[in-house]
Design a protein around this ligand. Sequence first.
Ligand SMILES: [Cu+2]
Length: 471
Amino acid sequence: MTSRRNFLGGAGAITGAIAAAAVSRAAMAALPEPVLQTRPDTMPPLVPANGRPYDPVVTLNGWTLPWRMNNGVKEFHLVAEPVVREMAPGFKANLWGYNGQSPGPTIEVVEGDRVRIFVTNKLPEHTSVHWHGQRLPNGMDGVSGLTQPPIRPGKTFVYEFVARRPGTFMYHPHADEMTQMAMGMMGFWVTHPKGEHPLIEKVDRDFVFLLNAYDVEPGSATPRIMTMLDFNLWSWNSRIFPGIDSLNVRLNDKVRIRIGNLTMTNHPMHLHGHEFQVTGTDGGPTPKSTRLHEVTTDVAVGQMRQIEFLADEEGDWAFHCHKSHHTMNAMGHDVPTMIGLDHKDVARQITSLVPDYMVMGERGMADMAEMEMPLPDNTAPMMTGEGPFGSVEMGGMFSVVKVRRHQKPGDYGNPGWFKHPRGTVAYEFDGAPAEPPRRRDAGAAAMPARNMPARNIEVQVRKPRGGHAGH
Ligand SMILES: [Cu+2]
């Protein structure tokens, strides 16, 4: 069972393998061959070719790592290495990740599986892997310096433990963590239940992705690692809208979405057109009595959340983080608020000095999405994405759940834009606008004002400078 052919199992779309030059021949003989993925597309579910059966997940703009069985042990090989990640078409970033991608591949196992993970370090500095949320022997917890020595460059370590409880997990380094997570080192882990579980329902589609964030200067490609809050790229699996694939489902599918947060702030995740229930948290499936119907749920730093809903409304439904700054790409910061300012005079004066000067944001920021702004090379536009009715004016943590009557079971392909039935799209009113009746005697008469200024004054509200502390 050591041939590459067997090792690849059911993965159809895996491309190529890498030569681990830094690893000795003798060590390689016992190692599962590392599998690389270089395309940023959403790969089809990896149907298990051996081991206990389970219903596989689909990783948004990602893939699941194939394994080999070795005397009943599930063996995986992760390679920590520098990667180039296409974050959106035309925008590539120099990140660190695993097996050719940031984030690394999703690891899927079954409750009770004995798992052995080989980790080869091809980074320029030492690393380790922490298996976030798992019950395991302390020495397998991956905290460099505390529970193990660091994995030096060129070295391979082995982690081994039993996946004791079903649920949603993550993995990431616990060595120079600030740098390595700012550079994109992280991955998803799903432990499926062994057989039927009273709190884990069968679903038709099970999607997973990580929330992550980067600070990449417009025109450059490598994240700044010292940034704590003022990130300018808010991503899902190191992709930004319009680079994030849509979640394509069939009408009346039961849909599960698992989300893990490895940014440094919380993200209220919001779904349009449906109510969902939070069916799983960090500790596994939630008791049924706790499952409220929600349209938004917060995913705090370091947390995993699992939501489920019946996709019983056809259409293209927005799904996004509800912090509006997180649905914007680079350039969203340090732009003064210009709404309502008349700067014709200023513009005229500047134009005499700088012929190409352009006023931004006088009527809001939507102009910027419509305008073809000249941007430095390798820069993601601030808000973009072309929909069937024009610019979607979004970036960052935004995608679309596409619910279609004719989507085939097991087909994750993009069905295109929704064809709205006649008469079901908001439309422009073309009659004569009537003046709405307004009560002029309300206000002061209803509740007399006290201690108000004697004459009208204009209030100027200015945000404090120095970034977005707290968002
Ligand atoms: Cu957010």
